[in-house]
Design a protein around this ligand. Structure first.
Ligand code: ADP
Ligand code: ZN
Ligand code: ZN
Length: 733
């Protein structure tokens, strides 16, 4: 018989991050089980707080202290399953978070706030419209619309969004042809899309499908060049999985950023797909979660957090563009979606499919080691050629006295394409912070000799390596060619837009970046505008690099490849290759031939050269060798301890103290400690920021020890100094 329940309390305090034992009162014995949310008395005051049942104990125990009883049960269904609890434990030990942080990943905020389903008055038909009596076209149209969309729209939506007149609506209700009724409405995307018809698969596609459907392995990596038809393979996999009664999760980098993907999936599988991404409201999130929990939606397309949705009988997880950095969460718990996917795949025995044209070095390495089954797709479905690819040496432009953002070649190509009424994409990679210093004349970049990453410029006139802390004074002349063109690097999309408008005043220019896409649907509307030919030139950041398929685009210009080449990160070469390959894939998707022009001060950089040749394998070889030499992932783990405070001196003191403690901890182990150093962004929201890195073969147990040391030291200065720990962080800014 269930006697006690071990409960995780819904509280942020570090001290209560463990299960608490409560007695289950007799009247709740039949109701309470693992995963239920309950209310319990907590603390000295015994105030009622919520908690989650993690386990049930069935034997009397002689406790040395008084055991309190559960007050009540909160829902009539368990919020968490047994598998969920396994996952929560995994998240806690892998990412050093609290139980409650992990729980919050698995349930929508709305649950904690007591959100319930929403009821609204929506319009239905009541009786057949007598078209003879009410001949007015207005009435007939409105009646027809409602009968096609019964119970979908409210009065005000019909008037405000669909443009029907209030007068007609009231008239039809008054005459008894329409009625208004209370209904639970789900706040999700109800827009209908055009049918997407299954295609006859190519040899490579059916081969891939076969391997996965018949394979005994659980995990696969599809490495398929852009346009090889991976999405069609995903859709077939989903189809087969749904047919067998199981459910599917399809993850894309950030769903609101790929309207095209939604279009294809909704068109193929109907409207009963759950969509889950960061721009849903709390209510929408709750509704989607609830719908899935009840087994009403068996297919979800979402951004990374959708991996935690309560799918019933999960059979398939697809992670598209698996190399994308957005799969790593930047907030606590700082999980990586692929690692979570692997864990779920193991405990539920469901298949995990990773797909990319440019797999991450880590994933490809795993496939070579047999951890994923590798499937390659090397041919483009439409047999179209890769666009023509030019790398432009910007040092030559300087010599020719061209100081604008556009090389002569790019300028004349834009001009020609505008004349031919083709569309153009101009791409500016702004990821990271462009605070590196380089020589415009010879292309020299100031790098740390120890760490092989570019050094970051600081206002005090010093260049600092943010891995090891090395500092050098900035020199005014280039150490290599002695020129005086030693400068900061950086230009924003706004500046590009201004310059485009100045040189090409007649062109219609659209811009897509974080600033122009703040609004919920702005991404889709810019996307649609460009697709419908309302813009000649689309300027954008990495947002426009992904997945977009515009047949009319014949020219893609990459304005400054150097920005991604020189972020101070061991992955900068890999990332440049990925992003250039992706944007290049946007050109020449239609009938006309495409052109890619990449501008750089470092035209011989391997990442550009291999991108031009579409040579992933060489890129991988180069990268994996470097990673091995420098002892970076996948050969080692990186543990980044980030500390911030308003008080600079206290922070420094804390960091040197911490260094001492950590040095002690790692003695005798084959680990490297780097730092303490200021972060690349030295100050954020009035807080100074410093970091320490530990690198090497780090186990989860060891990470835990580090965490305990850090928090122990932090305990007394908790109010003034904040710490966070990230394992294999995305970036080190
Ligand atoms: P990827 O995801 O590998 O970049 P997509 O799945 O987007 O490739 O396919 C590229 C284009 O080819 C799309 O327009 C798609 O509709 C089309 N396509 C894919 N598979 C087929 C097929 N078997 N027959 C015809 N067209 C196809
Ligand atoms: Zn120089
Ligand atoms: Zn260094």
């Amino acid at each position: 018989m269930s006697i006690y329940a071990e409960i995780i309390i819904n509280s942020d305090a570090n001290e209560v991050d463990r299960p608490f034992t409560y007695r289950i009162p007799d009247e709740l014995v039949d109701k309470i089980n693992v995963g239920f949310r309950v209310k319990v008395p907590f603390g000295k005051s015994n105030r009622g707080v919520e908690g989650f049942v993690f386990s049930i104990l069935t034997e009397e125990i002689d406790f040395k202290y008084k055991i309190k009883s559960i007050i009540t049960i909160c829902d009539d269904y368990p919020i968490l399953t047994n598998d969920d609890i396994k996952l929560i434990k995994f998240l806690k030990s892998k990412y050093l978070c609290k139980f409650i942080d992990a729980i919050r990943l698995l349930i929508p905020v709305g649950i904690m706030k007591g959100l319930k389903n929403k009821k609204k008055s929506v319009i239905f038909t009541a009786q057949q419209l007598d078209e003879e009596k009410l001949k007015k076209e207005n009435y007939i149209n409105l009646y027809k619309f409602v009968s096609l969309n019964e119970g979908v729209f409210t009065k005000s939506q019909l008037i405000k969004e669909k443009g029907f007149s209030l007068y007609s609506l009231n008239k039809l209700i008054e005459k008894g042809f329409l009625k208004s009724e209370e209904k639970v409405v789900f706040r999700y995307n109800i827009r209908h899309y055009n049918d997407d018809i299954p295609k006859v698969l190519t040899q490579e596609q059916s081969n891939a499908l076969d391997i996965i459907l018949k394979g005994k392995e659980l995990k696969y990596l599809i490495k398929g060049v852009t346009g090889s038809g991976k999405t069609e393979v995903y859709m077939n996999l989903v189809q087969e999985t749904l047919k067998s009664g199981k459910s599917c999760i399809v993850l894309v980098p950030e769903i609101s950023l790929t309207p095209q993907m939604i279009e294809r999936f909704k068109g193929r599988f109907g409207d009963d797909i759950a969509l889950f991404h960061s721009r849903l409201s709390e209510g929408e999130r709750f509704d989607e979660w609830y719908r899935i929990k009840q087994g009403k939606a068996k297919l979800v397309i979402g951004a990374r957090s959708a991996i935690f949705l309560p799918m019933q009988d999960l059979g398939l997880i697809i992670i598209d563009e698996e190399h994308e950095t957005t799969y790593k969460s930047e907030q606590n718990p700082k999980y990586h979606t692929i690692e979570v996917g692997e864990f779920i795949s193991d405990i539920k025995a469901c298949k995990l499919i990773l797909g990319s044209a440019t797999p991450s070095v880590e994933s490809y390495y795993k496939s070579l080691k047999g951890k994923y089954k590798l499937i390659e797709m090397t041919k483009r479905v439409n047999k179209r050629n890769m666009p023509k690819f030019d790398i432009i040496d910007m040092r030559e432009e300087l010599k020719a006295n061209n100081l604008s953002l556009f090389s002569r070649k790019l300028y004349s190509s834009i001009e020609q394409n505008l004349k031919d009424k083709n569309q153009i994409i101009l791409f500016l990679n702004r990821r990271g912070f462009s605070t590196f210093i380089s020589c415009r004349s010879c292309g020299y970049v100031f790098k740390c000799p120890e760490c092989d990453v570019s050094m970051t410029y600081h206002k005090n006139g010093y260049l600092i390596c943010h891995y090891c802390g090395r500092a050098e004074k900035v020199s005014k002349t280039c150490p290599k060619c002695k020129s005086k063109y030693v400068k900061f690097f950086g230009a924003g999309t706004e500046r590009v837009e201004l310059e485009v408008k100045r040189y090409f005043p007649k062109a219609n220019v659209l811009r897509m970046d974080v600033d122009t896409t703040r609004h919920k649907n702005s991404h889709e509307s810019i996307y649609n505008a460009f697709k419908n030919g309302e813009g000649d030139i689309l300027i954008g950041t990495q947002m426009i690099a992904k997945g977009l398929d515009f047949p009319n685009v014949t020219l893609v210009g990459v304005l400054a490849a150097d920005i991604s080449m020189n972020i101070p990160d061991y992955r900068s070469g890999e990332r440049t290759f990925q992003i250039i390959t992706q944007v290049a894939g946007r050109a020449g998707r239609g009938e006309k031939e495409g052109n890619v022009i990449v501008q750089t001060y470092n035209p011989n950089h391997y990442s550009l050269e291999y991108a031009r040749k579409e040579d992933y394998d060489s890129l991988f070889k180069e990268e994996i060798t470097l990673r091995n030499i420098m002892n970076n992932p996948p050969f080692a783990k990186i543990l980044l301890i980030n500390v911030s405070s308003k008080f600079e001196e206290k922070l420094k003191k804390f960091m040197y103290n911490l260094e001492e403690k950590l040095e002690e901890l790692i003695t005798g182990m084959n680990l490297t400690l780097l730092g303490p150093v200021p972060c690349i962004i030295t100050k954020l929201k009035d807080n100074y920021r410093w970091q320490i890195i530990i690198k090497g073969n780090i186990s989860d147990d060891f990470s835990k020890k580090v965490k305990d040391r850090v928090y122990l030291l932090n305990k007394s200065v908790y109010n003034e100094i904040r710490v966070s720990i990230d394992i294999n962080p995305n970036n080190m800014t």
